[in-house]
Design a protein around this ligand. Structure first.
Ligand code: ZN
Length: 131
């Protein structure tokens, strides 16, 4: 039994047959927690699911992780702090440009770092978090 986790463009060889130079692979997880990457032929063979269903499940799995990562990120203290600092800076009459970036840099850096950590925890890129 495999759970389909998503489609990975960065992994280009199949862990089943060894075929390489693939456009991407499907990340799947075994019941014991191992994560493997299968090409489109092998993934249908191992899951017993047609390609269309595999693609749909991969999309749904990624969407679910984006939803969970976004939920965690919007409530994290670094996010709250940077929003507060930006608001405070705007109230001081600084709202754009270098002055604004400098005034909010410390909070912004901490926020970006946390965003990247949360994204990585869910197997996502920072830009995939929707907030
Ligand atoms: Zn294969």
């Amino acid at each position: 039994m495999f759970t389909i986790l998503g489609y990975e463009e960065a992994v280009n060889s199949c862990d089943c047959c060894g075929k390489s130079e693939l456009k991407g692979t499907f990340a799947v997880q075994r019941e014991n927690g191992d994560i493997l990457y299968f090409g489109s032929v092998c993934v249908t063979r191992h899951t017993g699911k047609p390609a269309k269903q595999v693609r749909a499940e991969a999309c749904a799995a990624v969407e679910e992780r984006i939803r969970m990562a976004t939920a965690e990120y919007v409530d994290c203290p670094e996010r709250v702090a940077v929003e507060a600092k930006r608001e405070q800076t705007r109230l001081q009459g600084i709202s754009v440009g270098v002055a604004f970036r400098n005034a909010t840099k410390a909070e912004s850096d901490a926020d970006n770092q946390t965003r990247a950590l949360i994204a990585a925890k869910f197997g996502l890129k920072p830009y995939q978090i929707r907030a």
